[in-house]
Design a protein around this ligand. Structure first.
Ligand code: FAD
Length: 289
Protein backbone atom coordinates (compact mmCIF):
# COMPACT_ATOMS: atom_id res chain seq x y z
CA UNK A 1 0.00 0.00 0.00
CA UNK A 2 1.14 3.56 -0.67
CA UNK A 3 0.22 6.66 1.36
CA UNK A 4 -2.61 8.76 -0.07
CA UNK A 5 -1.43 11.64 -2.22
CA UNK A 6 -1.67 15.24 -1.09
CA UNK A 7 -2.30 18.52 -2.87
CA UNK A 8 0.03 21.26 -1.69
CA UNK A 9 1.21 24.68 -2.82
CA UNK A 10 4.78 23.98 -3.95
CA UNK A 11 7.39 26.73 -3.85
CA UNK A 12 9.88 26.86 -6.70
CA UNK A 13 13.36 26.69 -5.23
CA UNK A 14 15.56 26.36 -8.33
CA UNK A 15 15.07 26.05 -12.09
CA UNK A 16 18.13 25.21 -14.18
CA UNK A 17 18.49 24.49 -17.85
CA UNK A 18 20.95 21.89 -19.14
CA UNK A 19 20.69 21.21 -22.87
CA UNK A 20 17.17 20.21 -23.79
CA UNK A 21 16.08 19.73 -20.19
CA UNK A 22 14.86 21.98 -17.41
CA UNK A 23 15.48 20.75 -13.88
CA UNK A 24 13.05 22.13 -11.32
CA UNK A 25 13.29 21.77 -7.56
CA UNK A 26 10.15 22.44 -5.59
CA UNK A 27 9.55 22.60 -1.87
CA UNK A 28 6.60 20.23 -1.54
CA UNK A 29 6.33 18.94 2.03
CA UNK A 30 4.08 15.92 2.29
CA UNK A 31 4.81 14.89 -1.28
CA UNK A 32 8.51 14.28 -0.70
CA UNK A 33 8.03 12.22 2.46
CA UNK A 34 5.34 9.99 0.88
CA UNK A 35 7.18 9.47 -2.39
CA UNK A 36 8.35 6.04 -3.56
CA UNK A 37 10.32 5.40 -6.79
CA UNK A 38 8.18 5.18 -9.92
CA UNK A 39 5.50 7.55 -8.64
CA UNK A 40 4.84 10.90 -10.29
CA UNK A 41 3.42 14.34 -9.56
CA UNK A 42 0.76 16.33 -11.42
CA UNK A 43 1.34 20.08 -11.58
CA UNK A 44 -1.33 22.70 -12.26
CA UNK A 45 -0.09 25.01 -15.02
CA UNK A 46 -0.94 28.48 -16.33
CA UNK A 47 -1.95 30.21 -13.09
CA UNK A 48 -5.38 30.74 -11.55
CA UNK A 49 -7.01 32.36 -14.58
CA UNK A 50 -5.66 29.85 -17.06
CA UNK A 51 -7.75 27.89 -19.53
CA UNK A 52 -5.21 25.04 -19.19
CA UNK A 53 -7.39 22.97 -16.92
CA UNK A 54 -5.45 19.71 -17.10
CA UNK A 55 -2.51 19.08 -14.84
CA UNK A 56 0.81 18.05 -16.38
CA UNK A 57 2.44 14.90 -15.07
CA UNK A 58 6.15 14.39 -14.30
CA UNK A 59 8.24 11.62 -12.82
CA UNK A 60 10.24 12.56 -9.74
CA UNK A 61 14.02 12.31 -10.12
CA UNK A 62 15.00 13.04 -6.55
CA UNK A 63 13.52 13.82 -3.15
CA UNK A 64 15.42 15.43 -0.29
CA UNK A 65 14.46 16.26 3.29
CA UNK A 66 15.66 19.91 2.88
CA UNK A 67 13.16 22.70 3.76
CA UNK A 68 10.65 20.14 4.99
CA UNK A 69 10.84 18.12 1.76
CA UNK A 70 11.86 18.93 -1.81
CA UNK A 71 11.17 17.13 -5.08
CA UNK A 72 13.11 17.45 -8.33
CA UNK A 73 11.53 16.99 -11.75
CA UNK A 74 13.15 17.17 -15.19
CA UNK A 75 11.24 18.20 -18.27
CA UNK A 76 11.66 19.39 -21.82
CA UNK A 77 9.39 22.07 -23.25
CA UNK A 78 6.80 20.32 -25.37
CA UNK A 79 3.82 22.68 -25.46
CA UNK A 80 2.09 25.46 -23.56
CA UNK A 81 2.11 23.80 -20.11
CA UNK A 82 5.80 22.95 -20.02
CA UNK A 83 6.56 26.34 -21.64
CA UNK A 84 4.77 28.03 -18.72
CA UNK A 85 6.72 25.96 -16.19
CA UNK A 86 10.04 26.81 -17.90
CA UNK A 87 9.33 30.55 -17.52
CA UNK A 88 8.69 30.43 -13.74
CA UNK A 89 11.05 32.06 -11.23
CA UNK A 90 12.28 31.11 -7.77
CA UNK A 91 9.63 31.57 -5.05
CA UNK A 92 6.75 31.20 -7.55
CA UNK A 93 4.00 28.91 -6.27
CA UNK A 94 2.85 25.82 -8.17
CA UNK A 95 -0.04 23.61 -7.13
CA UNK A 96 1.37 20.08 -6.76
CA UNK A 97 -0.64 16.86 -6.47
CA UNK A 98 1.26 13.73 -5.52
CA UNK A 99 2.85 11.39 -5.18
CA UNK A 100 0.55 9.61 -7.65
CA UNK A 101 0.39 6.07 -8.93
CA UNK A 102 1.93 2.80 -7.81
CA UNK A 103 5.67 2.58 -7.31
CA UNK A 104 8.11 -0.01 -8.66
CA UNK A 105 7.96 -3.25 -6.67
CA UNK A 106 11.32 -3.90 -5.03
CA UNK A 107 13.21 -7.20 -4.92
CA UNK A 108 13.44 -8.91 -1.54
CA UNK A 109 16.95 -10.23 -2.15
CA UNK A 110 20.13 -8.40 -3.20
CA UNK A 111 19.86 -9.04 -6.96
CA UNK A 112 21.22 -7.50 -10.17
CA UNK A 113 18.80 -5.12 -11.86
CA UNK A 114 18.86 -3.48 -15.28
CA UNK A 115 17.44 0.05 -15.25
CA UNK A 116 16.58 1.04 -18.82
CA UNK A 117 15.32 4.54 -19.61
CA UNK A 118 14.68 6.62 -22.69
CA UNK A 119 14.87 10.44 -22.73
CA UNK A 120 13.05 12.29 -19.88
CA UNK A 121 11.40 9.10 -18.61
CA UNK A 122 14.81 7.98 -17.31
CA UNK A 123 14.19 10.41 -14.41
CA UNK A 124 12.10 7.75 -12.68
CA UNK A 125 15.09 5.39 -12.50
CA UNK A 126 17.35 7.52 -10.28
CA UNK A 127 15.40 7.31 -7.01
CA UNK A 128 14.89 3.63 -7.81
CA UNK A 129 18.65 3.09 -8.11
CA UNK A 130 19.17 4.76 -4.73
CA UNK A 131 16.67 2.46 -3.00
CA UNK A 132 18.06 -0.62 -4.77
CA UNK A 133 21.54 0.28 -3.55
CA UNK A 134 20.25 0.53 0.03
CA UNK A 135 19.05 -3.06 -0.41
CA UNK A 136 22.46 -4.21 -1.67
CA UNK A 137 21.13 -4.72 -5.20
CA UNK A 138 23.31 -3.93 -8.23
CA UNK A 139 21.64 -1.36 -10.51
CA UNK A 140 23.04 -1.39 -14.09
CA UNK A 141 21.86 1.51 -16.24
CA UNK A 142 21.00 1.53 -19.94
CA UNK A 143 20.12 5.05 -21.09
CA UNK A 144 18.91 6.10 -24.52
CA UNK A 145 17.58 8.97 -26.57
CA UNK A 146 17.33 10.38 -30.06
CA UNK A 147 20.68 12.17 -29.70
CA UNK A 148 23.18 13.12 -27.01
CA UNK A 149 20.98 16.06 -25.86
CA UNK A 150 18.09 13.72 -25.28
CA UNK A 151 19.90 11.27 -22.98
CA UNK A 152 19.06 12.12 -19.38
CA UNK A 153 21.48 11.71 -16.52
CA UNK A 154 24.37 9.71 -18.02
CA UNK A 155 26.82 11.33 -15.58
CA UNK A 156 24.57 10.81 -12.54
CA UNK A 157 24.06 7.19 -13.56
CA UNK A 158 27.81 6.60 -13.28
CA UNK A 159 27.56 7.51 -9.59
CA UNK A 160 24.22 5.82 -8.94
CA UNK A 161 24.79 2.57 -10.82
CA UNK A 162 27.25 -0.30 -11.04
CA UNK A 163 27.54 0.23 -14.79
CA UNK A 164 26.18 2.56 -17.46
CA UNK A 165 25.80 2.05 -21.20
CA UNK A 166 24.28 4.60 -23.55
CA UNK A 167 22.76 4.35 -27.01
CA UNK A 168 21.46 7.12 -29.24
CA UNK A 169 19.51 6.74 -32.45
CA UNK A 170 21.80 9.19 -34.30
CA UNK A 171 24.97 7.71 -32.80
CA UNK A 172 26.04 11.03 -31.24
CA UNK A 173 26.60 9.41 -27.81
CA UNK A 174 27.35 5.77 -27.02
CA UNK A 175 26.30 3.07 -29.46
CA UNK A 176 24.21 3.95 -32.49
CA UNK A 177 20.71 2.47 -32.34
CA UNK A 178 17.95 1.78 -29.87
CA UNK A 179 18.96 1.37 -26.24
CA UNK A 180 16.95 -1.84 -25.97
CA UNK A 181 19.38 -3.38 -28.51
CA UNK A 182 21.94 -3.40 -25.66
CA UNK A 183 19.63 -5.25 -23.29
CA UNK A 184 20.29 -8.92 -24.20
CA UNK A 185 24.05 -8.59 -23.79
CA UNK A 186 23.72 -6.80 -20.46
CA UNK A 187 21.25 -9.36 -19.11
CA UNK A 188 23.75 -12.07 -20.01
CA UNK A 189 26.97 -10.43 -18.85
CA UNK A 190 25.55 -8.97 -15.62
CA UNK A 191 23.38 -11.99 -14.89
CA UNK A 192 20.39 -9.71 -14.41
CA UNK A 193 17.41 -10.91 -12.38
CA UNK A 194 14.92 -8.14 -13.23
CA UNK A 195 14.54 -5.26 -15.69
CA UNK A 196 13.00 -1.92 -14.77
CA UNK A 197 12.14 0.31 -17.72
CA UNK A 198 10.63 3.71 -18.55
CA UNK A 199 10.15 5.22 -21.98
CA UNK A 200 7.93 5.09 -25.05
CA UNK A 201 5.47 2.22 -25.43
CA UNK A 202 7.41 0.59 -28.28
CA UNK A 203 10.52 0.44 -26.10
CA UNK A 204 8.59 -1.03 -23.17
CA UNK A 205 7.02 -3.65 -25.42
CA UNK A 206 10.45 -4.70 -26.74
CA UNK A 207 11.98 -4.71 -23.25
CA UNK A 208 9.14 -6.95 -22.05
CA UNK A 209 9.71 -9.39 -24.93
CA UNK A 210 13.48 -9.54 -24.37
CA UNK A 211 13.16 -10.01 -20.59
CA UNK A 212 10.57 -12.75 -21.10
CA UNK A 213 13.00 -14.49 -23.48
CA UNK A 214 15.46 -14.70 -20.56
CA UNK A 215 12.73 -15.73 -18.13
CA UNK A 216 13.09 -12.60 -15.97
CA UNK A 217 10.40 -10.04 -15.07
CA UNK A 218 10.16 -6.57 -16.61
CA UNK A 219 8.61 -3.85 -14.46
CA UNK A 220 7.69 -0.99 -16.78
CA UNK A 221 6.52 2.56 -16.02
CA UNK A 222 4.09 3.58 -18.74
CA UNK A 223 3.80 7.21 -19.74
CA UNK A 224 0.28 7.07 -21.13
CA UNK A 225 -1.16 10.55 -21.79
CA UNK A 226 -3.49 11.31 -18.90
CA UNK A 227 -5.81 14.14 -18.02
CA UNK A 228 -6.72 14.09 -14.31
CA UNK A 229 -3.94 11.90 -12.89
CA UNK A 230 -6.19 10.75 -10.05
CA UNK A 231 -8.36 8.02 -11.56
CA UNK A 232 -11.49 10.05 -12.26
CA UNK A 233 -11.50 10.68 -16.01
CA UNK A 234 -10.52 7.25 -17.45
CA UNK A 235 -8.46 8.95 -20.20
CA UNK A 236 -5.42 6.76 -19.53
CA UNK A 237 -7.09 3.32 -19.58
CA UNK A 238 -4.82 0.49 -20.69
CA UNK A 239 -5.69 -3.18 -21.43
CA UNK A 240 -3.93 -5.24 -18.78
CA UNK A 241 -4.35 -8.93 -17.89
CA UNK A 242 -5.27 -9.33 -14.23
CA UNK A 243 -4.53 -12.10 -11.72
CA UNK A 244 -7.81 -13.70 -12.84
CA UNK A 245 -6.49 -14.09 -16.39
CA UNK A 246 -9.08 -11.66 -17.76
CA UNK A 247 -8.26 -8.40 -19.52
CA UNK A 248 -9.21 -5.31 -17.53
CA UNK A 249 -9.17 -1.71 -18.75
CA UNK A 250 -7.11 -0.20 -15.95
CA UNK A 251 -6.26 3.41 -15.26
CA UNK A 252 -2.54 4.04 -15.75
CA UNK A 253 -2.61 6.91 -13.25
CA UNK A 254 -3.83 4.91 -10.25
CA UNK A 255 -3.32 1.22 -11.10
CA UNK A 256 -0.03 2.16 -12.87
CA UNK A 257 2.12 3.76 -14.08
CA UNK A 258 4.19 0.68 -13.16
CA UNK A 259 3.00 -2.63 -14.56
CA UNK A 260 4.53 -6.03 -14.97
CA UNK A 261 5.32 -5.81 -18.70
CA UNK A 262 3.98 -9.22 -19.69
CA UNK A 263 0.55 -8.27 -18.31
CA UNK A 264 0.12 -5.33 -20.71
CA UNK A 265 -1.57 -6.16 -24.01
CA UNK A 266 0.82 -4.02 -26.02
CA UNK A 267 -0.78 -4.74 -29.41
CA UNK A 268 -4.15 -3.54 -28.12
CA UNK A 269 -3.07 -0.30 -26.39
CA UNK A 270 -5.36 2.52 -27.54
CA UNK A 271 -8.29 0.13 -28.02
CA UNK A 272 -10.78 -1.72 -25.84
CA UNK A 273 -10.17 -5.37 -26.83
CA UNK A 274 -13.43 -7.22 -27.50
CA UNK A 275 -12.64 -9.71 -24.72
CA UNK A 276 -11.88 -7.05 -22.07
CA UNK A 277 -14.20 -7.07 -19.07
CA UNK A 278 -17.04 -4.63 -19.72
CA UNK A 279 -16.10 -4.11 -23.38
CA UNK A 280 -18.98 -3.01 -25.58
CA UNK A 281 -20.04 -5.99 -27.66
CA UNK A 282 -21.51 -6.01 -31.13
CA UNK A 283 -25.32 -6.31 -31.07
CA UNK A 284 -27.06 -9.03 -33.00
CA UNK A 285 -29.73 -8.00 -35.46
CA UNK A 286 -32.84 -7.02 -33.49
CA UNK A 287 -31.06 -7.22 -30.10
CA UNK A 288 -31.59 -4.32 -27.70
CA UNK A 289 -28.50 -2.66 -26.17
C1 FAD B 1 3.22 9.49 -15.67
C2 FAD B 1 3.87 10.53 -16.56
C3 FAD B 1 5.13 10.97 -16.26
C4 FAD B 1 5.76 11.92 -17.08
N1 FAD B 1 7.01 12.34 -16.75
C5 FAD B 1 7.61 13.29 -17.49
C6 FAD B 1 8.91 13.77 -17.12
O1 FAD B 1 9.50 13.34 -16.11
N2 FAD B 1 9.48 14.74 -17.91
C7 FAD B 1 8.83 15.22 -19.04
O2 FAD B 1 9.41 16.07 -19.74
N3 FAD B 1 7.60 14.79 -19.39
C8 FAD B 1 6.97 13.85 -18.65
N4 FAD B 1 5.72 13.42 -19.00
C9 FAD B 1 5.08 14.00 -20.18
C10 FAD B 1 4.49 15.37 -19.78
O3 FAD B 1 3.37 15.16 -18.94
C11 FAD B 1 4.07 16.11 -21.05
O4 FAD B 1 5.23 16.47 -21.74
C12 FAD B 1 3.34 17.39 -20.70
O5 FAD B 1 2.09 17.08 -20.14
C13 FAD B 1 3.14 18.21 -21.96
O6 FAD B 1 2.37 19.36 -21.60
P1 FAD B 1 2.39 20.65 -22.53
O7 FAD B 1 1.24 21.51 -22.16
O8 FAD B 1 3.73 21.30 -22.51
O9 FAD B 1 2.25 20.05 -23.99
P2 FAD B 1 0.96 19.85 -24.87
O10 FAD B 1 1.29 18.84 -25.92
O11 FAD B 1 0.45 21.18 -25.31
O12 FAD B 1 -0.06 19.18 -23.87
C14 FAD B 1 -1.40 19.13 -24.16
C15 FAD B 1 -2.06 18.01 -23.39
O13 FAD B 1 -1.56 16.75 -23.82
C16 FAD B 1 -1.07 16.02 -22.72
N5 FAD B 1 0.19 15.40 -23.17
C17 FAD B 1 0.91 15.72 -24.23
N6 FAD B 1 1.96 14.88 -24.38
C18 FAD B 1 1.91 14.01 -23.38
C19 FAD B 1 2.68 12.88 -22.98
N7 FAD B 1 3.73 12.45 -23.64
N8 FAD B 1 2.32 12.23 -21.88
C20 FAD B 1 1.26 12.63 -21.21
N9 FAD B 1 0.47 13.65 -21.52
C21 FAD B 1 0.77 14.34 -22.60
C22 FAD B 1 -0.86 17.01 -21.60
O14 FAD B 1 -1.11 16.44 -20.32
C23 FAD B 1 -1.86 18.07 -21.90
O15 FAD B 1 -3.06 17.78 -21.28
C24 FAD B 1 5.08 12.46 -18.21
C25 FAD B 1 3.79 12.01 -18.50
C26 FAD B 1 3.18 11.06 -17.69
C27 FAD B 1 1.79 10.60 -18.01
Amino acid sequence: MTDSPVQVPGTLLTLRRAGAYHTMTLVAPGVAERFRPGQFVALAVGGEQSSMLLRRCFFVREVKPDYGGTIEIVFSVRGKGTGWLAALRPRDIIDVAGPLGRPFPLPRDPVTCVLLGVAHASAALFPLAAVLRQRDCRPCFLLGGAGSDDVLGARGARRAGDSVAVATRDGSLGSAGQVEDLLPELIETAGADVVYACGPLDTLRTVTRIAAGYGIPAQVAVEEPMACGTGVCMACALPVVGDDGATHMVRTCVEGPVFRGERVRWDDVGTIPFDALGAPRALRLGERP
